[in-house]
Design a protein around this ligand. Structure first.
Ligand code: ATP
Length: 237
């Protein structure tokens, strides 16, 4: 399909002798928010790491904007617009909020970085308030906002997010999902990995369910939300 930005076919990834991802295929089209859900250890994080060049691929193909990107390093991929917000945030704790955000633009050479910083502060007023504070002194939710803001500073064509709601208070979870939705509504294409299946599917265009290293179900997010198997296994019914 012409508007497919990211296409993963038959992806296999192993850690030593352990096959963590066993032939995953998925695609993300321009303007979509695609949610990848599944239990602990299903292989979601490993799939994202393989796509973004952080984990070697065993076999399979990964295409980004029609080009084969398998084996390319994370730096090159960020420069092309494939940007991840990692699980656990990975902020630079001894740098300020502003410095962290500027680091997000490290592959850019254009002159609109300061304007984008203002845009990110517009999305996250809390980050503007705290812009001179060291990232390590921020709360978990604030650090998640910072990690998302830093990724936006790279001007992603596809933004991959690994469990942004993990470990946050219910109010902060609401806030983070609201922002994920806003980022998508404002035109960014998103691949969202979440254990909070209900929230992730409510926001999504389409979804994939992973179990033991394989995609076992996929389809329109609304259809998955209403599927009895998904409801029983992932929505606590
Ligand atoms: P979670 O939601 O708990 O993060 P996940 O779906 O993201 O789960 P992965 O983190 O991708 O799952 O893990 C898939 C499998 O690979 C698990 O069995 C895990 O123990 C294993 N695994 C992950 N990272 C490593 C590693 N660095 N070395 C060895 N095995 C690993």
């Amino acid at each position: 399909m012409a508007d497919t930005l990211l296409k993963v076919s038959g992806l296999k990834v192993a850690y030593g002798g352990i096959q963590a991802v066993k032939g995953v295929s998925l695609e993300v089209r321009q303007g979509e928010l695609v949610s990848l859900i599944g239990a602990n250890g299903a292989g979601k994080t490993t799939t994202l790491k393989a796509i973004t060049g952080l984990q070697p691929v065993g076999s399979g193909e990964i295409e980004f904007m029609g080009r084969n990107i398998k084996g390319q390093g994370a730096w090159d991929l960020v420069k092309q617009g494939l940007v991840m917000v990692p699980e656990g945030r990975g902020t630079f704790t001894r740098m300020t909020i502003t410095e962290n955000l500027q680091m997000g633009a490290f592959t850019r050479t254009d002159k609109e970085i300061d304007a984008d910083l203002e845009k990110v502060f517009g999305i996250f007023p809390r980050l503007r308030e705290r812009r001179n504070q060291l990232a390590g002194t921020m709360s978990g939710g604030e650090q998640q906002m910072l990690a998302m803001g830093r990724a936006l500073m790279a001007r992603p064509k596809v933004l991959l997010m690994d469990e942004p709601s993990m470990g946050l208070s219910p109010i902060m979870v609401d806030k983070i999902f609201e922002v994920v939705n806003d980022i998508h509504q404002q035109g960014t294409t998103v691949l969202l990995v979440e254990q909070n299946a209900s929230r992730a599917l409510q926001l999504a265009t389409r979804g994939y369910v992973m179990e033991s290293g394989e995609v076992t179900m996929s389809g329109e997010a609304s259809a998955l939300l209403n599927d009895p198997k998904v409801r029983a296994a992932y929505l606590g019914e």
